[in-house]
Design a protein around this ligand. Sequence first.
Ligand code: FEO
Length: 401
Amino acid sequence: MDNEYSPVELAKGVYWVGVVDWNLRDFHGYVTPKGTTYNAYLIVDEKIALVDTVKSHFAGELIKQIQKIIDPTRIDYVISNHVEMDHSGSLPVLMRLIPNAKIIATKRGRDGLCQHYSSIGCKDWNFEVVETGSELNLGARTLMFIEATMLHWPDSMHTYIKEDKILLSNDAFGQHIASSHRFNDEVDDVMDDAAEYYANILMPFGSQVLKYVDTVKQLGIGIDMIAPCHGVIWRKDPAQIIAAYGRWANAETVPKVLIIYDTMWKSTERMAKAMIDGISATGVEVKLLNLRKNDWSAIIKEVLTAPVIAVGSPTLNNGMYPSVAGFLTYLKGLRPKGKKAVAFGSFGWGGGAVKAVEKELETAGFEIIEPGLQVKFRPDEDDLRSCREMGGRLADMAEGK
Ligand code: FEO
């Protein structure tokens, strides 16, 4: 059966030859309700280069895509921008077709590929190691390579097509969207999807993102199009996504408060709603995010631009609710910067959840702005007033007061 999509020409001789993964719903813990794409690019010149491959079980579809343009055995170079298997998984199948093609990668990229595929034939592959500023002439076109360390792994790099001013940016600037469209001006909400992707994939690496943006500035390259390996291609105003990465990496926020919680018998939820009351009275935006009603990935997107969060948990067996503990573990790994937090919750006899939440938030790098609020069994009117007042203080902090 033929693919349900075809190659798309980005510029003369430069083609999208990726695949669409409509059914992906979990990308190593990141919930992806819209699916994703694995974008590979084919550059047809005097020499032919394929930039990145796709997940291993899509290898046949990738080869069919290439066959619509050229005989895949004519490929001279495979540029491996990133070792992670959503981009390198089809390499073993492809290299059996083109055993003499040269694989271009960073040093870490070469080492990583050999560690992943040592039993399949990496020892027979012909590598050329490149670094930032290295160039490869294909004929009318020149490719320049830019190391993009930690965007997303230590090996990551980008490929820049000098004559067409197209940046093939691998994971950076991507979004998890499966679509029949290929360009950002053809889909809705792309910046929102890009924010969610950044928050869940790149938030821990803000300093490396800023370093990368500086490197690109120093190289002085013009960028007319940014073609990532996931989602749609930034054809319209590609500078907008570089600017957004700068804001996110600098931990810029907007005035809003998130109340992230779970509840057992609605006591913690009552507290949360009283806090909303106090925040809303100030006019500051507030979002109530129940951990069992919202995808954690979507909550993390909100955390990206929130200066203040409140995390609520009932006590279960002297500790946090499992959903709260799981979310805080996920949050801790993403290392959000420059944010403030409070804990709140209810208990029946021994307590323990609020202290445990505070400890986790501190470990995650949040500044705990005041002692957590906890109530026994059910919040009474005095407790609810305290929650409303705490909400007001959180709103002030969100506004920088
Ligand atoms: Fe899309 Fe880091 O892989």
